[in-house]
Design a protein around this ligand. Structure first.
Ligand code: FES
Length: 250
């Protein structure tokens, strides 16, 4: 297969970006999208040009690093699929493909297709954990019974890989789908209930401080989420925040 790629190039957050066009040939339809960019980078290096910077880690749909806009859609055309799990057979031979970084002021471009998503880390640091007393004997793993439906709901929320596609797709650059999933995965479980009020307040406060916008219910976030995180988490989070703001200890 062969493709024409319009790729966003940008030196750093302060510089202006631009599209550069590349032709690429002999691409197997079994290659992943990232492997196709690897081939392009090999080609650029051989030509003495600078390779394209992009994020990746697991290449198995787990880590959420492979964040990029492909033809105007986060992670490309295939539903519920990360960029690393997208294969070139999803495209037609001869296609023109446009590749851009996430566009949100809370995700500044580091270089080319790589953006800084440490704002998500700070939201997690603000409350996305359960405090556990580690002194004394190790507690039996099954000492606290968890109802099956709660375990399933928590697990479904925990499948969020924090890729940021929700923010990139939202016209308000809202991080509410991400934050609500991270709040839900803990608050559904008995272990997470003790700190649930402080967690909701602290994580939402941090989300606002990072400059993310608010949800206006267009549901673009869930539509592009590679893990199909449900939009209902946002209403649950708002209810959680409302209750916590009435009763939480300062
Ligand atoms: S590289 Fe880890 S999810 Fe794509």
């Amino acid at each position: 297969m062969e493709f024409t790629l319009n790729v966003w190039r940008q030196k750093n957050a302060a510089s202006k970006g631009f599209f550069e066009t590349y032709k690429i040939e002999n691409i197997s339809d079994d290659m992943s999208f990232l492997e196709m960019i690897d081939v392009l980078n090999d080609q650029l290096i051989l030509e003495g040009k600078e390779p394209i910077t992009f994020d990746h880690d697991c290449r198995e749909g787990i880590c959420g690093m492979c964040s990029m806009y492909i033809n105007g859609r986060p992670h490309g055309p295939k539903k519920a699929t990360t960029t690393c799990q997208l294969h070139m057979r999803e495209f037609n031979d001869g296609d023109i493909i446009t590749i851009e970084p996430w566009r949100a002021s809370s995700f500044p471009v580091i270089k080319d297709l790589m953006v800084d998503r440490s704002s998500f880390d700070r939201i997690i640091q603000a409350g996305g954990y359960v405090s556990v007393n580690t002194s004394g004997n190790t507690m039996d793993a099954n000492a606290i019974p968890v109802a099956k439906e709660d375990a399933d709901a928590a697990f479904a929320a925990a499948t969020c890989i924090g890729c940021g596609a929700c923010v990139a797709a939202c016209k308000n650059a809202s991080a509410m789908l991400f934050t609500s999933a991270k709040i839900a995965q803990l608050s559904y479980l008995p272990q997470g209930k003790t700190e649930r009020q402080e967690r909701a307040i602290n994580m939402i406060t941090q989300m606002d401080e990072e400059g993310f916008g608010n949800c206006t219910n267009t549901q673009a976030c869930s539509a592009v989420c590679p893990k199909e995180i449900g939009h209902h988490h946002i209403s649950n989070m708002n209810a959680e925040y409302f209750k916590a703001s009435l009763t939480a200890k300062k």
